[in-house]
Design a protein around this ligand. Structure first.
Ligand code: TYD
Length: 212
């Protein structure tokens, strides 16, 4: 089973994964936790380029770096794990491209769906959990996280972007949830951490993954 976690920056998906993964291990579930960009060795170099604000990447260059990262990630990490019978949980995947490059950078979403399918060898997730939150709250969380890590706003290209941009991304995710109701589940990420965690475990339970 291939599960992806999605949402705008600071929505809390990474912290939830930090709590969820040990719980999955305790249940004896074999899984691989991975992320985009940066899930493969090549991807880690691409990630450094993508998140470095020194480069004024064109939106097309940015898109193709994300797609290159994904292609390598699917081929080297995700498919082999699924073929071994492991569950795969990825922190971001195709929907990030559809929402950030599509809705955020205003590139044609239908074309992006085709390009994403091409770069990912048509591997779509079985389940996508979307962390939904007002960008005003999430950007404040992201800023705090960066300050605590001593990395300032230059760490992420997008965290310095306008609120409007993130509002479009949020709307993109909500549109995806409507467009793909079979695979997408939305959780209310404005709730306290334990509550968000419980929403996520309830979704997993609905997909046959119980954590007690
Ligand atoms: P990251 O630090 O991993 O952010 P987060 O912790 O919020 O996941 O940075 C990943 C950034 O890359 C994030 O701003 C979203 C962006 N992104 C895209 O724009 N397109 C994509 O296809 C992917 C995978 C990520």
């Amino acid at each position: 089973m291939f599960i992806t976690f999605e949402g705008i920056e600071g929505a809390g998906k990474t912290s939830i994964l930090d709590r969820l993964c040990p719980a999955l291990s305790d249940e004896g579930i074999s899984f691989v936790r991975t992320l985009e960009p940066g899930g493969s060795e090549l991807g880690r170099s691409l990630r450094a380029l993508l998140l470095d604000k020194r480069y004024a990447l064109t939106k097309e260059a940015e898109l193709f770096l994300y797609l290159a990262d994904r292609s390598q990630h699917v081929r080297e990490v995700i498919r082999p794990a699924l073929e071994r019978g492991d569950m795969v949980i990825s922190d971001r995947y195709i929907d990030s491209t559809l929402c950030y490059q599509g809705h955020g950078r205003e590139m044609n979403v239908e074309r992006l769906i085709r390009l994403c399918g091409f770069s990912a060898g048509d591997l779509w997730p079985d389940l996508t959990i979307i962390f939904d939150l007002d960008p005003e709250i999430s950007l404040e969380r992201a800023r705090r996280r960066n300050l605590e890590a001593g990395t300032t706003v230059t760490r992420g290209r997008f965290e310095a972007e306008r609120l409007d941009f993130h509002r479009r991304i949020r709307r993109g995710y909500l549109a995806l949830a409507t467009q793909y109701p079979q695979r997408c589940r939305t959780v209310d990420a404005s709730r306290p951490f334990d509550d968000v965690y419980n929403q996520v475990t309830a979704v997993l339970e609905g997909h046959g993954i119980s954590l007690d």
